[in-house]
Ligand binder design. Sequence first.
Ligand SMILES: [Zn+2]
Length: 104
Amino acid sequence: MNLEGKVCGVCNKGRLHAFKDEVVEGVYVDAYRCDYGHASYTASVMKKVESLFKAAAETRHVVRVGSSVAVPIPASIVKLFGLKPKERVYVTTQGNRILILPTN
Ligand SMILES: [Zn+2]
């Protein structure tokens, strides 16, 4: 299926354009990005992406913290980045992804 030029299913505004999305480090799949940065995949590519994530990522439950929510970062990632409690991080979005970046 070709999604080129279709309306984005996330924002219902942008038009989709083909690109190669790096879903996990060094692994690229055929994807479509809208004018607002949202990534979309065909059903067959989405199955591949989900299995890649299952193999490469851990899942966590979102927990309530006051009026916000938080996601516990797995210990292996805490160790990898040397994160400490109360350390500040940047939290932002890139299309339909949430990015957490160390500030130092
Ligand atoms: Zn969009």
